[in-house]
Design a protein around this ligand. Structure first.
Ligand SMILES: CC(C)(COP(=O)(O)OP(=O)(O)OC[C@H]1O[C@@H](n2cnc3c(N)ncnc32)[C@H](O)[C@@H]1OP(=O)(O)O)[C@@H](O)C(=O)NCCC(=O)NCCS
Length: 224
């Protein structure tokens, strides 16, 4: 299958260092979302949720995800495990302008590659296209990378001791924001399906090798 797509795993990785495929997640990704969050250390869970979330808290958080209203994004490795994810919660109130809250986590081994910033950019584009022009991020004041991402995005930062709030007013949507979202989405879908094909192919190959090994062992025993 990899031959059919013309891409080796190495090529796939190289492409991704230039373009980061960000998939819009749905119910079918719940197991990977849960796994990603449970793999975070205690400290990272504290940074992400504002408290040291237990596995039970994570289960409840994942069950409460609303894929219709909100946008949940994921970056996958070639094993189709989530190595970074973001949650853009949309808040709509009667008679008020819509707003949103952004939360993100990147697996420890995948940090400082720009994934956090790319997920933020992706969420901003979507919020704008949905005419949601206010975005809010809650971070602990010690969280330098998160505050950097928000500041670079033009956020007003308000520090109150250990807690920091970041408020963004987003530019109005335009043709560019709509095309950007469309292209980002198509690229991510194609990339995901290539990874699915690749994973199927390698699983198939592993099965064939397992069978061949079994046959070899049986022949060997029969010859003894
Ligand atoms: C915050 C977090 C998402 C950042 O993800 P990331 O993919 O490592 O971030 P990026 O690679 O996009 O880096 C963003 C910026 O922070 C900088 N940065 C990265 N690690 C840093 C560190 N340890 N200290 C200071 N700055 C750092 C990067 O250089 C980059 O700045 P630049 O654009 O000027 O180069 C990640 O650290 C994480 O998952 N932490 C645990 C959960 C969490 O804190 N969530 C945020 C609360 S909602």
């Amino acid at each position: 299958m990899l031959r059919m797509t013309g891409l080796s795993q190495d090529q796939l990785r190289k492409t991704e260092s230039v373009l980061v495929p960000i998939v819009t997640l749905s119910n079918e990704h719940l197991p990977q979302i849960t796994q990603h969050l449970k793999d975070l250390s205690e400290h990272d869970r504290h940074l992400r949720f504002g408290y040291t979330a237990t596995d039970e808290h994570i289960n409840r958080y994942v069950q409460s995800l609303n894929f219709e209203r909100d946008e949940i994004y994921g970056i996958f490795n070639t094993e189709l495990e989530i190595i970074a994810m973001a949650h853009l919660a949309i808040i709509k109130k009667e008679g008020r302008e819509s707003s949103s809250e952004f939360g993100v986590s990147v697996s420890a081994h995948a940090r400082a590659r720009g994934y956090g910033a790319r997920l933020f950019d992706r969420a901003v584009i979507h919020a704008r296209n949905e005419k949601v022009y206010q975005m809010y991020i809650h971070a602990l004041s010690e969280n330098a990378p998160m505050i950097k991402i928000a500041r670079k995005g033009g956020a007003r930062i308000e520090r109150d001791g250990a807690e920091t709030e970041a408020y963004l007013s987003l530019p109005k949507r335009d043709l560019d924001s709509r095309i950007t979202e469309f292209v980002a989405d198509q690229y991510a879908k194609t990339n995901y399906s290539i990874k699915e094909d690749a994973k199927r192919f390698w699983n198939f190959l592993a099965k064939v090798q397992e069978i061949r090994q079994g046959v070899r062992e049986t022949r060997h025993q029969a010859a003894e």
